[in-house]
Design a protein around this ligand. Sequence first.
Ligand code: HEM
Length: 135
Amino acid sequence: MFFTPGLVILTLKILVGTVTLLLIAAVIAISRGNRKLHGQINRVFFWLTMLTVIGFEVVIRLVNPELTDGFTPEARQMLRIHLCFSIPATVLLPAMLYTGSRHMRRIHVPLAVVFSILWAGTAITGIGFLPHTFE
Ligand code: HEM
C-alpha cells in the first residue's frame, strides 16, 4: 500500500507547515499596508489548503480508510482535539476569501481573529502532537 499512515501524516504535516508560512507572510504583508500582496498570497493559501483537505479526504475515505487504525488512545484523543480546530477553520476559510475579496473589512477583520486562533490550534496540534511515525 503506497498511502501508508506514516507517509500520509508526514505529507500532511509538511503541507500544513508550508501553508502556515504563507499565512504568516500574508499577515505581515497586510500589517505593512500591502493589501494586494496579502490578497495574492491568501488566494494561494486558500487553494493549497482546500486541495490538501480534499486530497486527504479522498485518501482516508476511499483509498485507505484504516489509516488511523494504528493510533494509540492518546493519539486518537489528540486527533479529536485537532479536528475541533481544523474543521471550523476549514468552514471559515471560504468566508475569509469572500469577505476579503469584497473588502468587507468590518466582517473580515473580526473573522480573521477567530480564524487565526483556529489555525494556530490546527497547526500546533497537527504538526506537534499527532504521531510523526508508525514504524
Ligand atoms: C489571518 C489574519 C488576516 C488579517 C488580519 C486580514 C486582514 C485584511 C485586511 C485589513 C484587508 C483589507 C480589507 C479592505 O480591503 O478593506 C484584507 C483583504 C483581503 N484579505 Fe485578509 N486578513 C487575514 C486573513 C485572510 C485570509 C485567511 C484570507 C483568505 C483565505 C484573506 C483574504 C483576503 C483578500 C482576498 C483580501 C483582498 C485583497 C485585495 O484587495 O486585493 N485574508 N485582509
